[in-house]
Each structure stands twice: as C-alpha cells, then as structure tokens.
Design a protein around this ligand. Structure first.
Ligand code: HEC
Length: 166
C-alpha cells in the first residue's frame, strides 16, 4: 500500500512520504475494522418457534431452513468480520467450519450425538459470554443482545458450513 517514491527524492521528504504511506495503511485497516460495528446487532427471530426462558442444551433448529436463513444473516452482520465471510476464516479468529470435526471422526452414533451436543454447549457458552483474557477482549459477549433463538439460528447456519459432515 506504500506509494512508490522516486529514489531521487531527498531523504527527509522520502521518510515523510513513507510515514504518510504507513499511516494511510493503518487508517485503512482501522476503517475495515470500524466498518463492521463492534456492537452486537439484535436479530429478529419472530418467525421461529420460540424457546422460552430455559437455555436448551442442544440446538433445537438443526436443518431448520428458516433458522439457517436468519442465522446466515446474523452471522454475516455479527461474526464475519472476525471469523470470515461464510465462516471461511481470514486467520484472525478460529475457523468455525472445523468446530465439529472431532465429532465427525466418531463412528458410534450415540457418541457422535453426545459429541455434537457438547459442541452446541461450547458454542452457546462462547457466544453468550465472549472471550477475554488478561483484560483484553478477543470476542465480545452477545448475551443480552442475542436471544437464545438467535444463537441457535447462527449455530444452525454454521452446521451448513461444516468442513466434514456428521
Ligand atoms: C471481535 C472479533 C470476534 C467477533 C465479532 C466474534 N468472534 Fe468468535 N472468536 C473470536 C476470537 C479471537 C476467538 C478465539 C478466542 C480465544 O483465543 O480465546 C473466538 C472464538 C470463538 C469460538 C470458539 C472457537 C474454537 O474453535 O474454540 C466460537 C464458537 C465463536 N468464536 C463463535 C462466534 C460467533 C458465532 C460469533 C458471532 C455471533 C462470533 N464468534 C463473533 C473473535 C470474534
């Protein structure tokens, strides 16, 4: 992104131009970051079966077309800037297509189900509470903005993006 600078330019002017180029790059990166709003955006799930106040232990919307549609839009708006468009990770955050790979490797149907349920819990917990370490926020919490319906809809969408089918 650094503009080409004539080699004949005097050293001070050259340094200034380079510094300006660097700054422009940083500003561009910040603009990309700011473009996706850091604040989690509410998701309308009124067209889905409502789940009540108890947190489910397993995704009730697996393969539900309406949940996948809503989850896809919610993912694009809230998750893609870190986890990549269509869950193809740009390297900034874990690749969510791989979440169920360990389960896919299991041959016993009962164990596979239990494994998928464990991943459901893991995703639910991560999305509700986000991730922070040593005071640094790696992922914002979505609790209070995303309903349980919204979280499971995103999970239903992510299940369509699995690297390996279960
Ligand atoms: C600001 C960037 C950011 C946003 C937005 C974000 N995440 Fe994350 N997410 C991360 C990072 C970074 C990690 C790894 C955290 C760590 O190292 O502890 C992570 C971890 C996860 C994990 C655990 C993955 C694993 O392999 O262990 C899941 C699941 C997840 N995110 C889902 C989501 C979903 C779903 C959304 C949208 C609702 C979302 N994230 C929004 C940055 C983000």
């Amino acid at each position: 992104m650094t503009p080409s600078i004539p080699a004949t330019m005097n050293p001070t002017a050259r340094r200034l131009r380079l510094a300006a180029g660097g700054l422009a790059c940083m500003l561009a990166a910040a603009a990309v970051w700011a473009h996706g709003n850091m604040t989690p955006q509410a998701v309308d799930t009124s067209t889905l079966p409502q789940l009540g106040p108890e947190w489910r232990t397993e995704n009730p919307y697996r393969q539900n077309a309406e949940a996948i549609r809503i989850g896809s839009a919610a993912y694009t708006q809230n998750c893609a800037r870190c986890h990549g468009l269509e869950a193809v990770s740009g390297g900034m955050a874990p690749d969510l297509r791989k979440l169920d790979n360990d389960c896919a490797a299991l041959t016993d149907a009962k164990k596979k189900d239990a494994c998928a349920q464990e991943i459901d819990q893991y995703v639910l917990d991560t999305v509700r509470h986000g991730r922070a370490r040593n005071g640094a926020v790696y992922m914002p919490p979505f609790e209070g903005v995303f309903s349980q319906e919204a979280i499971w809809a995103v999970k239903a969408y992510l299940e369509t993006r699995r690297e390996q089918t279960l």
